[in-house]
Design a protein around this ligand. Structure first.
Ligand SMILES: [Zn+2]
Length: 45
């Protein structure tokens, strides 16, 4: 699963802990910690 610090590519990622959606709009973007709960595990939306 996509984790904070990885570069999983363009797309929408949903925090597994709280459901917050994070958008990455560039293939070089690094997945940040969840802005709401600081979670580090996501699934691709
Ligand atoms: Zn979260």
């Amino acid at each position: 699963m996509p984790t904070t610090g990885e570069k999983p590519g363009i797309g929408r990622y949903v925090c597994l802990s709280c459901g917050q959606v994070v958008h990455l709009d560039d293939n070089d973007d690094t997945l940040p910690p969840c802005p709401r709960c600081n979670g580090t595990k996501f699934k691709k939306d």
